[in-house]
Write a new protein. Structure first.
Length: 186
């Protein structure tokens, strides 16, 4: 994963291995959220951050919300799995353009997942954690959008940000799963 074209000892393969491990961890965390559900909905991508009202008669029950969450996460699971598999093959000759081609479907799936978080009428007990998850997904999207431009000089900063955002995302996933009565992702 070296968009600068620097080869050999100047660009260590450690980044590729760390990135693959992190993406695999992310795919596993989200897979635990929804791999069992195969029919992901097709919500439109939106940049709006207005959250759905949760105090109407159409608010989902905990069981319904859990199922809605699993369905929404299914597409993300597949896209991140594909992305993690591709990342495992990256080396010093991988270009930013190649990374971007692979990252685009994962980013799109994450944006669709975010939109589904906005569109459902979640139980009141889950709303705060759903908002936290929405924000954590947004930060992770930013990390993936920046990955193609990581250089040998910016790798350390990107890795720190990515690790922080990954940890926040995994925490938010855990909280939402708990709120929705789903088993732990661990």
């Amino acid at each position: 994963m070296n968009p600068t074209g620097v080869t050999g000892d100047l660009y260590p393969s450690v980044m590729t291995k760390r990135l693959h491990f992190g993406l695999l961890t992310m795919a596993i965390a989200l897979t635990a959220c929804g791999a069992a559900s195969a029919n992901a909905g097709t919500a439109s991508t939106t940049s709006t951050t207005v959250f759905a009202t949760t105090t109407t008669a159409s608010t989902l029950t905990i069981a319904q919300a859990g199922q809605a969450y699993l369905v929404a996460a299914a597409k993300v699971n597949a896209a991140l799995g594909t992305f993690a598999n591709a990342a495992s093959t990256w080396g010093s000759q991988t270009t930013g353009a190649q990374i971007e081609v692979v990252a685009t479907p994962a980013i799109s799936a994450l944006k669709t997942f975010q939109a589904s978080l906005l569109s459902a009428r979640w139980p009141a007990s889950a709303v705060t954690d759903i908002h936290t998850l929405y924000s954590a997904v947004g930060a992770f999207i930013g990390d993936l959008q920046a990955i193609a431009s990581v250089t040998i000089f910016s790798e350390g900063t990107w890795q720190v940000t990515y690790t922080r955002d990954m940890n926040s995302l995994q925490s938010a996933v855990g909280l939402v799963r708990f709120d929705l009565g789903l088993p732990s992702a661990s």
